[in-house]
Design a protein around this ligand. Structure first.
Ligand code: NDP
Ligand code: 3PY
Length: 320
């Protein structure tokens, strides 16, 4: 039996790679640097499957360059780099990796809040510098956490916060009755901004959410507010965040995602004392990244053999 022709935009985890190799002839980009666009389009000329690990932009141009493409699988839950409507128009199912990364990403997101509130990272820097002294933080117990984007991950963050004695409010475009039964209170975006002690952002990046945290929103927050973004950098206006922190309009920010990404070492945000940034490691545990790769491989192999993808974004194509 001839093997499926697949393009892999970067290296993946061994278990998933082995599964692919059983059924596919794989062109894999091993660097250095990201896969050049020309090379990708050239490889896609006869490809039947695209396994996207490097968040390559998938648009009309790419789809036109890949006339035999039958499936795209990406090992992430966010898919703001994918033109899903274009995939649907071309009849190409697109699968992401929801669910398997929820707990790891919620741990990191709540960890950022905890570290910022208790200055864990600052304490460690002081100890390393030979300065054994008290760094004061703030209690989370009894405070109000506002979750913007209470979906799979937001809800798991809310669970952790509740276990630490926080009150939970949230804002989505649609209400979540199950989470409300668990104690999360639905409020308008404005009410969340003005009443939260801590705000966590976990909305997907879209035309609706791009720049949704800007000067106006930071001005509405409490001057004691802690702001955590673990979604995508462009959901926040970086200059407005810098101004809000620099002018003490809010107390502290903790970010796992930035705009731009990676953030250059000489970026003004890095000169502030009231910020903590990690390099987009929300889902980066061995177990979770392995599970994400396996799910992406399952999506790819299902699409190649004409079966519905286990986790398909454009369902109308999946089940046609
Ligand atoms: N830092 C990291 O490493 C990681 C980051 N992420 C990011 O987290 C995002 C969320 O993931 P996940 O929880 O699985 O996704 P979900 O789809 O489960 O949840 C997203 C939630 O956001 C809400 N939402 C969407 N748009 C808006 C908006 N404009 N205003 C208010 N609420 C909105 C949705 O509700 P409704 O549609 O009703 O508004 C939904 O409840 C991903 O898209 C990704 O960008 C994910 C994994 C790891
Ligand atoms: O899955 C995602 O969307 C990420 O950001 C990385 O896990």
């Amino acid at each position: 039996m001839s093997k499926y022709k697949v393009v892999l935009t970067g290296t993946t985890w061994p278990e998933a790679y082995e599964k692919l190799l059983e059924q596919c002839e794989v062109k894999v980009w091993e660097g250095p640097g990201p896969l050049p666009r020309d090379q990708l389009l050239d490889w896609l000329a006869d490809a039947e499957g695209l396994f996207n690990v490097g968040h390559v932009k998938v648009d009309e141009e790419l789809l036109d360059a890949a006339p035999n493409l039958r499936v795209i699988a990406q090992s992430s839950v966010g898919y703001d780099n994918i033109d899903v409507e274009a995939c649907t128009r071309k009849g190409v199912p697109f699968g992401n990796t929801p669910g398997v990364l929820v707990e790891a990403t919620a741990d990191l997101t709540f960890g950022l809040l905890l570290s910022a509130a208790r200055r864990i990272h600052e304490g460690w820097e002081l100890v390393k510098a030979g300065q054994w002294r008290t760094v004061y933080g703030t209690d989370l117990y009894g405070k109000t956490l506002g979750v913007v984007g209470l979906g799979d991950i937001g809800s798991a963050v809310a669970r952790r916060a509740k276990a630490c004695g926080m009150n939970i409010i949230y804002h989505n475009r649609t209400r979540r009755p199950n989470d409300e039964q668990e104690g999360a209170t639905y409020v308008s975006f404005d009410e969340l901004l003005t009443t939260s002690d801590c705000i966590v952002c976990l909305v997907p990046l879209s035309n609706h959410s791009r720049g949704m945290f800007s000067k106006e929103q930071f001005n509405k927050m409490k001057p004691t507010a802690y702001f955590v973004n673990a979604s995508r950098g462009p959901v926040v206006d970086t200059q407005a965040l810098y101004d809000a922190l620099q002018q003490n309009k809010i107390a502290y920010a903790a970010l796992d995602v930035t705009d731009p990404e990676p953030i250059p070492a000489d970026h003004p945000l890095l000169s502030l004392s009231n910020i903590l940034i990690t390099p987009h490691i929300g889902s980066a545990t061995y177990e979770t990244r392995n599970s994400m790769a396996n799910l992406a491989a399952e999506n790819l192999l299902a699409g190649l053999s004409g079966k519905p993808l286990p986790t398909c974004v454009n369902q109308s194509v999946n089940y046609k």
